[in-house]
Design a protein around this ligand. Structure first.
Ligand SMILES: [Zn+2]
Length: 195
């Protein structure tokens, strides 16, 4: 689709945005709109190939941007990264993204089952658990049953109080069972594993 590659702006035609992946010449037949209002051209075939649960557009056979659009809860920064994982291109360098974007991406690829991104997100979440985000990594790991990572991150939260961890869990909308388990086992650490 030569008009995609040659278009200098963000829009191909008739209000249909370009795919954000560099040099992508695939036909845009679905539009993804982020929670912060940015639209991206995408390809239904790629969404189906790289994701096991991506929501479909109302129609991919129309030129109506409205009918081609899927409203998503992820931000534009996260959608750009997800779309890169849904193309046969070099994967993004996650060492250069903020923790907020990384953690949001990690949740999104779990939700949409983007298997090409799940493990690398887990690796970077593990790496960051040693730094400033052990509570957040604990909630992520427990939520998705990464028990080794949950145990490792939990050990890094031992200096925190119950109320701090409850507040962190509420802020992250973590399952209640996670924080109940943490509070219940807190006093036993380090003699037993948390998970
Ligand atoms: Zn593309």
């Amino acid at each position: 689709m030569s008009e995609v590659a040659s278009d200098p702006g963000n829009t191909v035609a008739d209000g249909v945005p370009k795919c954000p992946v560099d040099d992508c010449n695939l036909t845009v037949d679905v539009i993804l709109r982020s929670s912060d209002g940015e639209s991206f051209g995408a390809h239904q075939f790629n969404l189906e190939c790289y994701s096991a649960s991506f929501p479909p557009a109302a129609s991919t056979t129309t030129n109506s941007p409205e009918e081609m659009t899927v409203e998503l809860t992820e931000t534009a920064a996260v959608l750009r990264l997800i779309l890169q994982y849904m193309h046969n291109v070099r994967q993004p360098d996650l060492s250069k993204v903020s923790f907020l974007v990384l953690s949001s991406l990690a949740e999104a690829v779990e939700k949409y089952l983007v298997f090409s991104a799940i493990d690398v997100c887990k690796v970077f979440m593990d790496k960051l658990s040693k730094d400033d985000y052990p509570s957040e990594v604990l909630m992520y790991a427990a939520k998705h049953d990464y028990l080794d990572l949950a145990d490792k991150a939990a050990r890094l939260t031992l200096g925190k109080s119950d109320s701090e961890m409850v507040a962190a869990a509420e802020g992250l909308q973590a399952p209640a069972l996670v924080i109940l388990k943490w509070v219940g086992m807190h006093s036993l650490i380090p003699r037993v594993n948390l998970y």
